[in-house]
Design a protein around this ligand. Structure first.
Ligand code: B12
Length: 274
């Protein structure tokens, strides 16, 4: 029998069994993954903005965000309904093992490219209502959420001291001594680094220092955990930060009040506080 005939008559299923090959079907596009479909926005311009992040395309992210801003779309909507949805979709593919660490980094860069553009529009108010200090927990490299918190605080009229990521607890204590912030914000995205928050509180107490509230947020952080130690309040969305700060400055609220009145202070239904 000639090779061509042999190939024609070959039962491919048997060949796959022989070599223990599992056929998974044709490759699908990232945006067609069923879990990604449930996250991605369907309306423009948010869809294209989210897709640019999903495709790790900084130039497209910048271009799409600039276009949306020119069309008078609110920068806050662009961040929440476009850029962050793209990042959520990236996370789904990372969790499923289709995306890898370099994908996360490139997608994160794409997101920040768009965030910076939004920041220009939100601007920095000239008068300052007070000083806040923001840090990412020691050992944690994830700074996108903290960057958003800093941006929203500045846009809300606060001076926000940005301490960066992986900040040693001793440095946080030094900053509290130096700036006497009306609000300290901490971000942690890993179960291993969120344990830094109670350590920060203990270190402040040891020095006899107090702040009206420490807003603790980030992917891994849960409300119950934050409420298991004093001086702190669980922060849900980055844009809530200036609203919490306003309540402290204008209405002299402290961490106990913020825990009790979170939803009314931020002016919207927050499922974590219902
Ligand atoms: C991007 C990303 C990275 C990037 C970070 C880039 C950067 N510059 O930040 C890179 C590639 C560096 C990275 C690395 C790692 N990552 Co990573 N990463 C992510 C990913 C996909 C997205 C994180 C993110 O930016 N989200 C978007 C921002 C906006 O969310 P956010 O910070 O939570 O902020 C929001 C709120 O929490 C809130 N908020 C935050 N702080 C505050 C504060 C206040 C006061 C308020 C009011 C609100 C608020 O505001 C924001 C919303 O408006 C997450 C998955 C996920 N779903 O979180 C994994 C994830 C966090 N990473 C994870 C891991 C394990 C790692 C690595 C350890 C992986 C590895 N094996 O090496 C390394 C870290 C290595 C190290 N050096 O220690 C895990 C953590 C698991 C856990 N529970 O502990 C996650 C959850 C992925 C997963 N599903 O496993 N990562």
């Amino acid at each position: 029998m000639k090779y061509e005939e042999l190939e024609e008559n070959m039962d491919q299923n048997l060949v796959h069994v022989r070599y223990n090959v599992e056929i998974e079907g044709p490759a699908i596009k990232p945006e067609d993954d069923e879990d990604v479909v449930s996250i991605l926005p369907t309306k423009e311009p948010f869809k294209s903005i989210a897709l640019a992040v999903l495709y790790e395309n900084r130039d497209a992210s910048l271009e799409n965000v600039q276009k949306a801003l020119n069309d008078d779309i609110s920068p806050i909507e662009i961040i929440n309904d476009g850029l962050m949805k793209g990042m959520d979709a990236v996370n789904v593919l990372y969790t499923k093992g289709f995306y890898f660490l370099p994908d996360l980094m490139l997608a994160g860069d794409g997101m920040m490219e768009g965030v910076k553009e939004c920041e220009k529009v939100l601007g920095h108010k000239s008068e300052t209502k007070g000083t806040a200090v923001s840090f990412v927990a020691e050992g944690d490299p994830h700074d996108i959420g903290k960057n958003l918190v800093v941006m929203f605080l500045r846009a809300g009229g606060y001076e926000a001291i940005d301490m960066g990521r992986d900040v040693p607890t001793t440095e946080v204590v030094k900053a509290v001594k130096e700036y006497k912030p009306i609000l300290l914000t901490g971000t942690a995205l890993m179960t291993t680094t969120m344990t830094v928050f109670p350590k920060v509180v203990a270190a402040l107490q040891k020095e006899g220092l107090e702040v009206p509230a420490i807003g603790c947020g980030g992917g891994a952080v849960r409300k119950d955990f934050v409420e298991s130690f004093p001086m702190s309040v669980y922060g849900v969305e980055a844009y809530h930060a200036p609203r919490l700060a306003d309540a402290i400055v204008k209405d002299h609220k402290n961490w106990k009040d913020l825990r009790k009145e979170y939803s009314s202070i931020v002016g919207e239904f927050v499922s974590e506080y219902s």
